[in-house]
Write a protein of this length. Structure first.
Length: 248
């Protein structure tokens, strides 16, 4: 059974082998950006179905936090980041095994409560002082993208909160604590019964590439490589496309 952890890191004994027939066995721990929660959970289930001897454990959080954990020695097999910048910190520290592969892209939208009661149509509608907006912190990929999009629009706004990952920013809208948030298209699709997503043109210049890599000290290197291969495969890409991600 697949285990999913929202924070922290996986641990435990693993095996690094493929028995006769090429099946993957043992535990594989994947550190992945929070925006990948729903799609990677599905991909993990599919991977386990194809490899009954394997068990996937996820740690979902902001990419910057995960990169820091990896560089501090947290045991993990795979890192999937929501931006090249956070991947670079891991690779430059010597913790990547080979070159990262960009597997999807993601674009920002304005998340508003279901029905768009504030009639938001673009970034300019978020600037009045009585409009409460949530953003991701700038060191988080969704925050860096938001800053880039706002700069492109020549728009200044003062958020009421800066969150450490995109799911936390979206939750502020879902809980009616803010009027809007800048989050990824895929996150709005995952919560489409609770929020609406408003497209805005400036987001086209702030699209994030998502790279994935096997980690140098992966406890289960063969399973890690097999998982990355599955993410890059047709079935893995189909799951991601259905979740609202764009092809690289």
């Amino acid at each position: 059974m697949m285990m999913v952890a929202l924070t922290g890191c996986g641990s435990g004994e693993t095996t690094d082998q493929r028995p006769q027939g090429g099946a993957v066995t043992g535990a594989v721990t994947v550190f992945a950006a929070a925006s990948l929660t729903e799609s990677f959970t599905r991909i993990g289930e599919d991977f386990e179905t194809a490899n009954p001897g394997a068990r996937v454990t996820f740690s979902f959080a902001g990419s910057s936090a995960l990169a820091h954990q990896i560089n501090q020695g947290a045991p993990a097999d795979v890192f999937a980041s929501a931006s090249p910048a956070n991947m670079t910190t891991v690779v430059d520290a010597g913790n990547g095994d080979g070159n990262p592969s960009v597997f999807v892209r993601n674009q920002l939208v304005i998340a508003v409560p279901d029905g768009n009661p504030g009639r938001v149509s673009g970034l300019a509608d978020l600037t009045p002082p009585d409009v409460k907006v949530a953003l991701c912190a700038e060191q988080v990929p969704c925050g860096a993208a938001a800053v880039k999009a706002l700069d492109a629009a020549g728009t200044e706004l003062i958020p009421v909160t800066l969150e450490q990952d995109v799911k936390a920013a979206l939750s502020k809208v879902r809980l009616d604590e803010v009027d809007a948030a800048l989050v990824y298209r895929s996150d709005v699709r995952a919560a489409d019964e609770e929020v609406d997503g408003i497209e805005f043109p400036e987001s086209a210049g702030a699209v994030n590439d998502y790279p994935i890599v096997v980690l140098k000290n992966a406890p289960n290197g063969s399973a890690a490589r097999a998982f990355v291969e599955h993410v890059l495969s047709g079935p893995g890409q189909a799951v991601l496309a259905a979740a609202g991600f764009q092809a690289p």
